[in-house]
Design a protein around this ligand. Structure first.
Ligand SMILES: O=C(O)CCC(=O)C(=O)O
Length: 337
């Protein structure tokens, strides 16, 4: 006999399903704990540049459930020290622009690109990180494009926070289409303005955002933020230098004040699913060998860089541009990035 509607909708009383059973995948913190998943590769995985099956399972579980996963200890911290030294000098130069310097959402947070040249600052484990490439292909599908290199600097002695926002500000499907590898060049914590993240919010779409007409910043509507605060609020993670915070672009987040007296720089490398028709490209200095190095370092990893080569002088001028690529415009079904 066919079951009645009541029988169909009646669920078994609060039985743990496999993802809630703590003995199944003990490395996956229970959702209610509001803790990001950490995936730490073994020396063998680091040597091969590939995650093993157990870590793939953990990574994908974290990404699909939370929209954020921390890839632990995948970069030599000494390389990040070197980039950080460059950025300290670069920041002094930028701050000379005074009020003309764009502050993201009006907070003490500025856009700066990490150095691809001189070559002493180009580290393979930062720009050609095989485990980051593997993560991008696992999450976005085969042959994702790599079309963004930029960075955010939370300036010292900050007082203002950004509103909670999502970087996915255009129409987008309820599916992973863009992901960002955030690489802090210092240990990041609430003290120096680690990014506030809201686990699991990658499932929201434009219904949760203020309108963006015709262009400009949008943030998450107060009613959504307030509702979410009651269950899984945003928090500032502790991220060790050398780890990568991998995040679905749709995930809610906010730049927070850096209360310390040293800057907190963070590189952002952006990857897009192959089927996404965005036109973003990052700028590369021509005739410096950077293009060749990048093409060589990505080709056997299923990553397709989309670049605009520009003269070195222009690159040096544009590296810190607020609009970090010059081709961000709506195309097919208004897809950008
Ligand atoms: O620097 C950060 O921590 C995040 C900044 C950010 O989300 C933004 O400027 O849109």
């Amino acid at each position: 006999m066919a079951p009645s509607v009541n029988q169909i909708v009646e669920l078994p009383s609060k039985k743990l399903n496999s993802s809630e059973d703590p003995s199944y995948m003990p490395e996956l913190p229970h959702k209610s704990l509001n803790i990001p998943v950490k995936v730490k590769p073994s020396p063998e995985e680091l040597a091969k540049g590939r995650f093993n099956d157990a870590n793939i399972k953990l990574f994908l579980s974290g990404m699909h459930r939370d929209g954020v996963v921390i890839l632990e200890d995948v970069i030599d911290p000494a390389h990040l020290d070197k980039i950080n030294e460059f950025m300290v000098q670069d920041t002094e130069k930028e701050l000379k622009k005074g009020e003309a310097l764009h502050r993201n959402f009006g907070a003490e947070n500025i856009q700066q690109g990490p150095p691809l040249v001189p070559s002493e600052y180009f580290f393979d484990d930062v720009y050609l990180n095989e485990l980051l490439f593997h993560a991008a292909t696992l999450y976005l599908g085969p042959n994702p494009t790599w079309n963004m290199i930029t960075g955010n600097n939370a300036l010292p002695n900050g007082t203002r926070r950004q509103p909670v926002h999502s970087d996915a500000m255009c129409n987008h499907p309820p599916a992973p289409f863009y992901a960002i590898g955030n690489i802090y060049t210092v240990d990041a914590s609430p003290e120096n303005g680690s990014t506030e993240i809201w686990l699991g919010t990658h499932v929201y779409n434009s219904e949760a955002q203020t309108p963006r007409r015709p262009k400009g910043d949008t943030n998450i509507l107060d009613e959504f933020v307030e509702e979410r605060k009651k269950t899984l609020p945003g928090f500032q993670p502790v991220v060790k230098k050398g780890s990568i915070l991998f995040r679905d672009m749709r995930t809610w987040h906010a730049g927070m004040p850096n209360k310390s007296d040293t800057m907190r720089f963070m590189i952002a490398l952006g990857f897009s699913a192959r089927w996404w028709h965005g036109t973003a490209r990052f700028r590369l200095p021509s005739k410096t060998g950077t293009y060749e190095r990048l093409m060589h370092g990505t080709k056997s990893h299923g990553i397709v860089p989309l670049v605009n080569e520009i003269p070195l002088e222009e690159y040096n001028e544009m590296r810190d541009a607020h609009d970090f690529n010059d081709s961000e415009k709506a195309t097919w079904e208004s897809e950008v990035f």
